[in-house]
Structure formats: C-alpha cells, structure tokens
Design a protein around this ligand. Structure first.
Ligand code: NAD
Length: 358
C-alpha cells in the first residue's frame, strides 16, 4: 500500500531541513509517495496566498504532512490573513488537527546543553499532549466591554471565556491514554480544578475515560505544581495531557529543559490519525540558505509521522536509533556543538543519519 506524504518545506531553513528528512524517509525501503508543495511566504510569493488551494487539497488528501517552517521578517508588513503563519492555522482548521504531541527528549550526549544540572535532565523523555483547538483561546464571548455594576462599574474590561465540551475532552483523553500505552503507561492530567469549573469537568472526564485503559496509571496535577515539577524532577513524568492554555506554556517549558531547539519534533493529529509533523523551531531566517541548520528535529518529526500516521513503529525506532548513533559518534551541527565534537553542515548531518540507518 502506497502512503501519501505531502511535503511542505516553507520558508527560511524549511527547504534545507525537510530535504534531509525526505532523504531519510526515502531510504527506509517503504512505499512512500512524497509530493512537495509551497506553503507560507514561499507560497505567497508564487501564488499570492500562504496556503494556496492546491497545497491545502494536497495536504487533505495525504496520510500525513511533513512541514518545515514558515515566516520571515520580510512578510511582517502583510495583512494578517496573508502572513506565512496563517498557513499553519489554516491547515489545523481544515484538517481538524486537535491534538498536539510534543516530546521533550534529552539525549544523554547533549545533557550539557540544558541549563539544568545534567543529573536532573540527562535521559529525559517526556511527551506533552496538548489540546489544540478549544479552551480560552477560542472561547466565545470575548472582547472588551464596559462594566455595568460592582467595584469596577464604568470601567472598560477585557474578557475571554474558558470552556471545554465533553467530546473535546474525551477525544484528547483518548490520544493521551493511547500515547501512554505506547510508552511507560503513565499519564498525568494537568488542570487547575481547585479553582476552575472547566478544569473540574476536565478531571471528571479523564477519570471516566481511564476506565477504558486499565493498564495506564492516571494521575492528576495542578498546573502550578506541574510547572514546578518540570524543573525539579522532570524525569518523573511519562505523558502529560492538558488543555490548550496550560499546554502552550508547559510544552515550551519542557522544550527548554532540553536546551536544544534544533532537536525537538512535534505532531498535530486529527481523529483519523492524519497528522502534520514539524520541528518545534521556526524558520531561522538568520541562518537560512547557509547549510548550517540542524535537520534532526525535522528528521525526528518524520519518525513521529511513521509512528502516529503510518503505524510504522519499527521504522520510527530505526530513525530514532540512527539519530542517537550520530550523536554518540560526536557529530554535531553548530547549535549543539561542544568542544571535542565534529562540526557538520545540514547536508552532512543528513548523510550521517543515512549512514547510521544502513
Ligand atoms: P526560530 O526558532 O526560527 O529561531 C530562534 C533561534 O534558534 C535562531 O537563532 C535560529 O537560528 C535558531 N534555530 C532555530 N532552529 C534551528 C535549527 N534547526 N538549527 C540551528 N539553529 C536553529 O524563532 P524566531 O527567530 O523567533 O522566528 C523566526 C521566524 O520563524 C519568524 O518569522 C516566526 O514567525 C517563525 N516561526 C515559525 C514557526 C513555525 O513554522 N511553526 C514557529 C516559530 C517561529
């Protein structure tokens, strides 16, 4: 069976890093049909829109999307709906990508890259599952109004609305439990149920869904405590599942535990396992076109693509083992370079991963 992959390189370092991930996917001996299309600023330059209809329908008709990065200062003066970043929002909306998976893995060889003590973070391997399409970010009503009565009567007031529907919580709960099943079978649901009604509801649903996954151990933690535990003892976590607002903050905090933005993959999934896979970093216009960027986050995103959209766990593990082997050999791009290691270009790092795969 042929698997269809839409490759959307985007802007800045996007084309350089997706090229290396494509080479790695192509070397696995699988039946993959990879089709490249423009997105972001590159698509605006060609077609006047960051997400042209042809690119969107290619993505929708594929099993998975491998995405590079979008954005460049030169598009900052465009109207908001034409900016490169709108392409990601458009893809999320059109494909119904409601679950964001961000692993924070710190390879022992890179333990010095973290600002935390190596013994606290070395070997860290956690996965944050963040709900992506609901919560206070999208809740209505929202806006600025004039307060009618009480202490602040007559003043202007900004307001937003936090809510989660039962089906929204259930589907992200299932993603969290199923991800935990593939790992150490421990799921920590993060909320603020001591203060927020929405969070108490979230917690009740998590407990209900847990009955379908008796082999997974469910725990609960308030978000303020989770923020502390992530820097105190991050290795205590396996999978964290949380809402859009808390997940936004905690996933960035977890990413920074590793200290190496060029190493972090991510996935956004919908209910039919279609997904968009991209590095957690941006388009790095400062080093674009110089063959300096670290392609490993994109190569590891390709591994996630195999795991979550193509159900090819063995091939995902092959790629991850090849990346670990390259690091073990002391091969580094500039962003993760340390004394005593060998400095490689983007393409040479791709070559090294291909060699390790074989
Ligand atoms: P950035 O992640 O692009 O870069 C931050 C710093 O990290 C830069 O110094 C960059 O050189 C470095 N860096 C990032 N990825 C690297 C890699 N793979 N290898 C080596 N070094 C790497 O963030 P930024 O500078 O804030 O944003 C640049 C552009 O990217 C902006 O236009 C922003 O809107 C866009 N952006 C896009 C995405 C996305 O496509 N999902 C995400 C974040 C930012």
């Amino acid at each position: 069976m042929t698997h269809k992959i839409a490759v959307l390189p985007g802007d800045g370092i996007g084309p350089e890093i997706t090229e290396q991930a494509q080479r790695v996917l192509g070397a696995l001996g699988m039946d993959l049909e990879m089709t490249v299309a423009p997105v972001g600023g590159a698509a605006y330059d060609l077609h006047g829109h960051p997400l042209p209809p042809e690119t969107l329908s290619l993505a929708q008709g594929s099993d998975a999307v491998l995405f590079g990065a979008v954005g460049d200062w030169k598009y900052d003066s465009l109207e908001r709906h034409l900016r490169p970043e709108q392409a990601i929002l458009g893809l999320r909306r059109a494909m119904g990508l409601f679950a964001n998976l961000r692993p924070a893995i710190l390879y022992p060889q890179l333990a010095n890259a973290s600002t935390l003590k190596p013994e606290v973070v070395s070997g860290l391997d956690i996965l944050i599952v963040r709900e992506l399409t609901g919560d206070i970010y999208f809740g209505q009503p929202r806006g600025v109004r004039t307060v009618e009565e009480g202490n602040f009567a007559g003043e202007r007031q900004g307001f937003d609305t936090m809510h989660y529907a039962e089906s929204e919580v259930r589907r992200i709960a299932h993603v969290g439990f199923q991800a935990a099943q593939k790992r150490q079978k421990r799921l920590c649901s993060v909320d603020k149920s001591n203060v927020l009604e929405t969070s108490q509801f979230w917690r009740d649903i998590m407990i209900d869904v847990a009955r379908e996954y008796p082999e997974v151990e469910l725990s609960h933690m308030y978000v303020d405590n989770a923020a502390m535990q992530l820097v105190r003892a991050p290795k205590e976590f396996d999978v964290i599942v949380t809402g859009n607002l808390f997940g936004d903050i905690l996933s960035d905090e977890a990413a920074m535990l590793t200290g190496s933005i060029g190493m972090l993959p991510s996935a956004s999934l919908n209910a039919s396992q279609q997904g968009l896979y991209e590095p957690s970093h941006g388009s790095a216009p400062d080093i674009a076109g110089q063959d300096k960027a670290n392609p490993l986050a994109t190569i590891l995103s390709a591994a996630m693509l195999l795991r979550y959209s193509l159900n090819a766990e063995d091939q995902a593990k092959r790629i991850e083992a090849a990346v670990a082997s390259v690091l073990e050999q002391g091969l580094r791009t500039g962003d993760i370079y340390e004394d005593g290691c060998q400095l490689l270009s983007t393409s040479a790092m791709g070559d090294a991963v291909l060699k390790a795969l074989r």
